[in-house]
Design a protein around this ligand. Structure first.
Ligand code: SAM
Length: 248
């Protein structure tokens, strides 16, 4: 790879400077934060709730656990983790985006599960090595510029014996791809326009899914940063996959 190549990356199907990607991702989430939860329910017909429930079930989080939710946004996973970890445990909600993080923090407060919230880039996590029993990132990794760097950071802050959970859109079973393409490129941006008045952000969503590493590639990246016993579970024919790996 030449030097100039290394300074560009993809933002959906566009090639952009690495510095610009972060700004563009920030614009997307600034724009959709208010209606993010409603859009998730509409686009997935509520399925994201089941995917997240499955993620929690695979987390092994028990009373007293320390959990870090990376790119936690409006806090769905943090809320569920907080209920499991209880008063003796600790869940930290983090996100790079202030609008999403503030919404998540306030939402958890309103639901009676206040958690500490920290605004940070997953590529530079402000916690010590070996701090958490479980680290999660749900529908966030896709947006990160250097996924390997972010995953290495998540590995670093895991305690030995801890587990990383990555819930993300993935590669669908090939025979269903044409139908899925139709839905994601024709229907989702229209729903986005109707609800958030922002079709381009939902066009980005569809494109970014296509640019994200498939199940086996992501497994390889997780192994390359040191995670062990990495496995994945396809959900809804691979629309989404949950990857799980351990630090030993
Ligand atoms: N985890 C939540 C969920 O599953 O509903 C929110 C997912 S939302 C699609 C993606 C989130 O990733 C956004 O809140 C965005 O701000 C965050 N994000 C994007 N890039 C990030 C980065 N480099 N570090 C931390 N968070 C990031």
């Amino acid at each position: 790879m030449s030097d100039s190549d290394s300074l560009t990356t993809h933002f959906g199907f566009q090639q952009v400077n690495e510095d610009d990607k972060e700004k563009k991702v920030a614009e997307v989430f600034d724009s959709v934060a208010d209606r993010y939860d409603l859009m998730n329910d509409l686009m997935s017909a509520g399925l994201h709730r089941l995917w997240k429930r499955f993620t929690i079930a695979q987390s092994g989080v028990r009373e007293g656990a320390r959990v870090l939710d990376i790119a936690g946004g409006t806090g769905d996973l943090s809320l569920a983790f907080s209920k499991r970890a209880g008063k003796r445990g600790m869940v930290v909600l983090t996100d790079i985006n202030n609008a999403m993080l503030t919404r998540g923090r306030d939402r958890l407060l309103d639901k009676g599960h206040p958690v500490p919230a920290a605004q940070c880039n997953a590529e530079c996590i402000p916690f010590k090595d070996d701090s958490f029993d479980c680290v999660s990132v749900s529908f966030g990794l896709r947006n990160m510029t250097h996924k390997d760097k972010a995953l290495a950071e998540m590995y670093r802050v895991l305690k030995p014996g801890g587990r990383l959970l990555v819930l993300e859109f993935s590669s669908i079973w090939k025979p269903l791809a044409p139908l899925y393409d139709l839905y994601s490129f024709k229907v989702i941006p229209k729903i986005g326009q109707l609800i958030t008045k922002d079709a381009p952000s939902y066009q980005y969503l569809a494109e970014s899914i296509r640019m994200h590493p498939d199940q086996e590639t992501l497994k390889g990246i997780m192994e390359s940063v040191g995670l062990e016993k990495v496995e994945y579970f396809n959900l809804c024919f691979g629309v989404v996959a949950l990857h799980r790996g351990y630090k030993f």
